[in-house]
Write a protein that binds this ligand. Sequence first.
Ligand code: COS
Length: 390
Amino acid sequence: MSTNGQGFTLSDEHKMIQKSARDFSEKEIKPIAAEFDESGDFPKETIKKMGKMGFMSIEVPEEYGGAGMDTMAYVLALKEICKADASHGTIMSVNNSLYNYGLLLFGTDYQKETFIGPVASGEKIGAYSLTEPSAGSDASTMRSRAVLDGDDYILNGRKSWVSGGPVADLVVVFMMTDPDQKHRGISAFVIDANQPGFIRDKKEPKMGIRASATSELVFEDYRCPVKNRIGEEGEGFKIAMTVLDAGRIGVATQALGIAEAAYEASVAYSKEREAFGKKIGQFQGVAFQLADMKTRLEASRLLVYQSAFAKERHKTTGERYTLEASMAKLFASETANFCANAAVQIHGGMGYSKELPIERYYRDAKITEIYEGTSEIQRMVISRLETGLR
Ligand code: COS
């Protein structure tokens, strides 16, 4: 992508992945989105197909089984998937940004060679597990423990709100190795979910993104080989935060997809539906809502693209892109909620009906203001970075 004074110009490679994600969404995701939303089942078969298309590992180099493309390609493809269905988008975002990208940044050669490929191909599902029942925004207060015992760590604890938890084969998990060191006593591990001591607990009954099944995970004397520790002991919190910067770009992109879907449906409906002898889009009450939706949508897109450029720059300079990622997530998630809310209102009764996807956009949008750091956390991150105060 480049800027030529007339806005952004996509490269041929970018246009290609954007189109293939759009076509895939139309053919494979849109027709099943409502059914999977209703059942809350995890769309395993579609995810396998997404793996074959290269959508589960866009930024992973080809040597590890990925598509070897850049962040902009990731953002363009993810937006198309999320526009069709935010649940599929969550699965794509978690596997790309939190699982694969985290291992790529911090994993050993053994870990990259062993644990990325199966998730990149869509054969296996990866997850990222930081949150605990009593440690959400304040992630460093986690209680789960990993204790060294010979060549293994013994893992014990309860993790919550794990996207993909009910089906994940491989999980990047964070646990305390030295509680006295507080956040500097946290370590990261990649674990195989098909080993004894790993228990999938309560599946969360959720309002939105229902097909990206979420659950608690329990570790009971789970033996994790030392070679599966990611980074050094005590580096876990930094790894978690660094990876979340990437994840937040994924959530911002998801929000952009939801907002765009809600907006386009609203434009179409306002040109078709009549009331009091006019198209409803001719009433200023509707027209001004459309104007506000479009403006916020495009502002979100610019913030998402800016964060994608910043992440790409990070790959060569190592410069953090925390600010760009947090601003994109904050603004795009609030825009998704604004647009989904307006879309329901513009569609009236039909917006409230399950016959159209509008009510799903409304339910799906909410989580983008909550997971991978609430809007309040994003405001805290942004203001701390800007003022240096805390
Ligand atoms: N990238 C790299 N390092 C980071 C970082 C980032 N984005 N953010 C913080 N760190 C580092 C800091 O540099 C600091 O390092 P030192 O140990 O060398 O001092 C360390 O992490 C602790 O940072 P800080 O003191 O700012 O931590 P806080 O406990 O105040 O927490 C917030 C900071 C609130 C921003 C963090 O806990 C957070 O993001 N919470 C939300 C968690 C979340 O998103 N949960 C959802 C999970 S996924 S559903």
